[in-house]
Design a binder for this molecule. Structure first.
Ligand code: HEC
Length: 510
């Protein structure tokens, strides 16, 4: 640019005039000149300054750029494309019949806006930045290899200490003599025409070659992938990060030479206690009065104690081993027995042999909070089978009745009197949840001991709710119920009378 041709002293006939430029030595005279140019009606004028000058856009009458609107439009286009794409692929709407691929993910609805947000966000941002970037280029007339302004050597000082005001020949008001006169009048020095740049518009060869090279190189990975898709190879895969592909870490159930016992999975250190379970005693964990048990059945008590201290951390082991303790001997080897109904013998054995001193009281301090927790946990874990109201008709039961009615053992009804606290102590209910019973699996691995006790409390509340008398209701509520009852009674009576009258009428008609 700097090595451009010598400045023509006179306007050559064959060169088009690009505009007229004038120099100013300070900001104030430039600003004043800008205002005058604006007021004279020029719209295609520009100022060049060595540093940003505040207020120069208004002085020149430059309107705010439309770039933000371009960004907004591009961004909204991205939002729309992303939403339409996801709705059409996943949406199961009649609108996109044929192209969608309805796929249930985590039980979400097919059109789930929260799930669509990441893609929508990404595409919005992507297109908005593309719009901003390329919009800015387009508005500035880029890319361009030279600017006619650069043909004037004086113009180099624009980055140093001189201000330039330029009137574009494209302006409808432009005529060279008039423009020159105006700029001269405004105090501009070195008022000169700027000639169109006649340097070649062809992209330099070197640049083209570089561009072509980059494009070729960038296609290599894609070509490699394409080739891999259609060829087979017996040689080992190429590993870019071998230490990540061949990690020395062990998977579950693998062996190792590092430990004497050869196990890669390390058992818990004996005596490990899970956070927050330090204070829980054995009674809390088993639902059994262990002191009492020790006096009537020392071997079983010893076994329970040993088991609890062995696997104090792992509730899951607790299930297996405690179930073993409870179960008759023949049940221990294998799950085969599990597939059939328990034999009469077994049931009888478990029925009569239950001299376990179950805790009769919930060791959990009862509170509204505990009950709410119990309700929440019950609704999560138990209601699927036993139903929200505990009557045994949860969704699983309903479905099972439909598809395998013959082999299905229905979940028990929590309102069966045999499950009331007087015959089915809290400790036993806790143990049922912990270890399971007959066809019902244990839930120790999923529900914490404290929450199991909360469920016990909630089951008691459920039972009470279905078996309450008017005396259980607080006084203030009682009168309301009595009133309602009276109303219902009156309605029933009226209905019965109407029925009787109808019957009498019918009899009369005959
Ligand atoms: C997968 C379904 C299922 C879930 C979930 C389930 N149960 Fe059961 N439950 C059963 C079945 C089936 C029975 C009856 C078992 C039998 O008679 O063989 C049963 C029986 C019971 C009994 C009666 C036990 C007895 O001694 O008669 C109680 C109490 C009980 N469940 C409580 C619960 C609680 C509390 C939960 C939540 C932690 C729960 N159940 C979760 C299926 C389930």
């Amino acid at each position: 640019m700097t090595e451009s041709q010598p400045i023509p002293q006179t306007v050559a006939d064959d060169k088009k005039v690009h505009g007229v430029v004038a120099e100013f030595t300070d900001v104030d005279s430039l600003l004043a000149a800008c205002r005058r140019v604006r007021d004279a009606g020029y719209t295609k004028a520009d100022a060049f300054t060595p540093f940003p000058v505040h207020g120069i856009d208004t002085a020149l009458g430059i309107k705010p750029t439309v770039l933000p609107w371009i960004s907004l439009a591009a961004g909204l286009t991205g939002t729309t494309i992303a939403l339409l794409m996801q709705i059409s692929l996943n949406g199961q709407t009649d609108l996109f019949e044929g192209i969608q691929y309805p796929y249930i993910i985590s039980g979400k609805p097919f059109i789930s806006l929260p799930a669509f947000i990441p893609v929508t966000f990404e595409l919005t941002i992507l297109l908005a930045s593309f719009g901003t970037f390329f919009g800015m280029w387009a508005l500035n007339g880029l890319p361009r290899f030279s600017n006619p302004m650069f043909t004037s050597p004086r113009f180099d000082r624009v980055t140093d200490d001189t201000f330039f005001l330029f009137l574009d020949a494209k302006d409808s008001r432009f005529d060279e003599a008039g423009a020159k006169a105006l700029l001269g009048e405004l105090g501009g020095e070195f008022v000169e025409p700027v000639l169109e740049d006649d340097s070649s518009k062809v992209i330099p060869k070197g640049l083209l070659i570089a561009l072509a090279t980059v494009i070729c190189l960038s296609s290599i990975p894609a070509l490699a992938v394409l080739r891999m898709r259609v060829t087979k190879s017996s040689s080992p895969r190429f590993h870019i990060f071998p230490d990540m592909d061949f990690s020395p870490s062990k998977d579950a159930q693998q062996t190792t030479t590092l430990f004497a016992d050869g196990r890669a999975m390390r058992p818990d250190v004996p005596g490990t206690v899970r956070r927050g379970e330090m204070d829980w005693d054995l009674n809390f964990k088993t639902g059994i009065d262990m002191d009492e048990l020790a006096s009537i059945d020392p071997p079983r008590a010893a076994q329970l104690v040993a088991m609890q201290s062995d696997v104090a951390v792992d509730d899951e082991d607790e299930v297996v081993s405690e179930a073993d303790v409870d179960a008759p001997a023949e049940d221990q080897d294998g799950e085969a027995a599990d597939a059939s109904e328990p034999t009469a013998e077994e049931s009888a054995a478990s029925e009569t042999a239950d001299n376990t001193p179950w805790l009769s009281e919930n060791p959990l301090e009862l509170s509204e909070e505990a009950l709410a927790r119990g309700q929440q946990q019950f609704n999560i874990y138990c209601s699927v089978c036993h139903g929200m109201n505990g009557r045994g008709n949860g969704l699983v039961n309903r479905r099972a009745q439909k598809i395998l009615a013959t082999t299905w053992t229905p979940p028990s009804n929590m309102h069966d009197p045999t499950l009331y606290a007087d015959v089915y102590p809290d400790g036993k209910l806790f143990s049922t949840i912990t270890n399971g019973v007959r066809k019902m699996p244990g839930y120790a691995s999923q529900i914490k001991a404290k929450d199991r006790w909360a469920i016990v409390a909630y089951v008691r509340a459920l039972q009470a709710s279905q078996n309450a008398t008017l005396e259980d209701v607080p006084g203030s509520e009682r009168s309301k119920i009595e009133k309602e009852q009276a109303e219902v009674q009156a309605q029933l009576k009226a209905a019965a009378e109407a029925e009787a009258a109808k019957a009498a009428e019918a009899a009369n008609a005959e």
